[in-house]
Design a protein around this ligand. Structure first.
Ligand SMILES: [Zn+2]
Length: 488
């Protein structure tokens, strides 16, 4: 797939953290500082927009208006540093990265909003950047340190570095130095060994580390950039050369165009773990108990945390199932055909929304894309308007209507009686093979119907020391993720 084949890819490797209460407090104040800087930048821009709008309304000439405020992270940071002693006298108590996090977030939010408004950005419309409230904003802080790559990792490979504030680092006080030692290493639940080795061998670069409170726990997401091997090794799986069509569904995690041993049942269905459905009662119960608690009570906070962790567990189980499937598909086949699903459109349909969110269709699709890119497997997205479920995979007759409740496809022309999803998967495979052949014949044809770049609005970041980044980051559990970071 284009640049990713010969170039670099960026992937996220996520480690769950096991923090001490002091570290938890530290990370909370870091996130608060990031939020503070974001809100400051947002307010600065909004006030400037309002002043200029007011002046225009009062008939001030365009040249005489108050100069417009730059939205770039660079100039916002410069301005912030000037006012910092005044607006944030406590700034020495947090790492300097905190403010950068917020400033960069604000700059990107305004850029995306403006691009979306001007039609330069694909996808769902981006709203005007909002105020981040202390109560609802996600706790998160990012650290960009391109130098001293190995200093992220503790020799035990079971802890990662926390950037500390200057006031602590520069202190000569022995008591403070001791406190620092207790704060600086964040214990990781999984080992960081695999990632460390790649960084050590110069095969991967840590571009950014984001620490966020997700699913009731702190986690560190390493944005790692590495070069794909010319031909990634395919090992650990029996290779089945050829193509496969994947129908992503609700009843099953997915249905393949033909049965694959150890992956599907005899029909071609991949079992859906539906972790959320199983835990739904427990979540509902927690919701009820939380609703009965008084606002701001300790008990409420405890229950909210428990609910977040339950959600986190569900997400993780789901991600592992998706990974196993995507990995098998990318490793075993030469060509994988998928449907270009309009997941966002489908979730507007309320009765289906819960089941859809549960199956995490969009996530599965993203993971399949990542795996195929990493392993050099051809991935073809078949246009979502291609009538894969209404066409007979045996004779090609298109039926007029097929309701969602109809689980089998019965062809009135050739008499084929086949599972609805298997029928769709076979059609997707056939269409993918056709599109792929068409693309091979005309390699310039990225605009061939049904074939388009996999990532929309993928951020292109350039660093002075690094070639430009390609590809989108996909957040994944460290255990599954690291095993794919094989760079030959
Ligand atoms: Zn037929």
């Amino acid at each position: 797939m284009g640049a990713a084949d010969e170039g670099f890819v960026t992937r996220a490797v996520v480690f769950t953290l096991d923090t001490s209460p002091a570290q938890d407090r530290m990370l909370r104040s870091y996130s608060g500082a990031a939020r503070f800087a974001y809100n400051w930048a947002r307010r600065t821009i909004v006030e400037n927009l309002e002043v200029r709008a007011g002046e225009r309304a009062a008939g001030v000439a365009e040249e005489a208006l108050t100069p417009s405020q730059s939205w770039s992270a660079y100039s916002l940071r410069k301005q912030f540093n000037q006012v910092k002693p005044e607006v944030a006298s406590w700034s020495g108590e947090v790492a300097k990265h905190c403010f950068d996090t917020g400033i960069i977030q604000a700059a990107e939010a305004f850029k995306n909003w403006s691009a979306s408004r001007n039609g330069e950005r694909a996808g769902v419309r981006v709203g005007f950047p909002g105020f981040k409230s202390r109560k609802t904003a996600k706790l998160s802080v990012s650290f960009v340190e391109l130098n001293h790559q190995l200093s992220w990792f503790h020799p035990s490979r079971h802890a990662i570095r926390l950037m500390l504030p200057q006031t602590l680092l520069q202190s000569k006080n022995l008591h403070v130095r001791a406190k620092m030692q207790q704060l600086v290493w964040l214990h990781t639940v999984e080992s960081t060994r695999r990632l460390y080795r790649l960084v050590e061998q110069d095969k991967a670069t840590v571009q950014k580390v984001t620490i966020s409170y997700t699913g009731g726990r702190w986690q560190a997401s390493f944005m790692v950039r590495y070069q794909l091997a010319a031909r990634p090794q395919k090992r650990g799986h029996t290779r089945i050369a050829g193509s496969v069509g994947v129908d992503v569904g609700l009843t099953h995690l997915a249905t393949l165009s033909w049965p694959v041993p150890d992956v599907t049942d005899e029909d071609g269905h991949v079992h859906n773990p539906r972790p959320l459905a199983g835990q739904l009662e427990r979540l509902k119960d927690l919701d009820r108990r939380i609703a009965r608690c008084s606002d701001g009570s300790k008990n409420r906070a405890k229950l909210v945390r428990r609910r977040a962790r339950l959600h986190g567990r569900v997400t993780k189980t789901r991600a592992i199932a998706h990974h196993q499937l995507a990995n098998q598909l990318a490793a075993r086949f030469d060509l994988v055909g998928v449907e270009d699903l309009n997941v966002r459109g489908m979730t507007h349909n309320r009765p289906l929304a819960r089941a859809l969110a549960d199956a995490g269709l969009g996530q599965l699709r993203t993971i399949i894309t990542t795996e195929c890119t990493d392993r050099g497997t051809n991935l073809v997205a078949v246009d979502r308007w291609y009538p894969s479920s209404k066409t007979c995979s045996n004779c090609g007759t298109v039926t007029a209507k097929l309701s969602l409740s109809q689980r089998t496809f019965d062809c009135t022309t050739c008499g084929t009686h086949i599972d609805r999803d298997v029928n769709a998967a076979r059609n997707i495979e056939r269409e993918a093979v056709r599109l792929h052949a068409q693309q091979q014949a005309d390699p310039s044809g990225l605009d061939v119907a049904g074939l388009r770049p996999e990532t929309r609005n993928a951020a292109l970041r350039t660093h002075k020391t690094e070639p430009a980044t390609a590809g989108a980051a996909v957040s994944v559990d460290a255990r599954t993720r690291q095993s794919h970071l094989r760079v030959a």
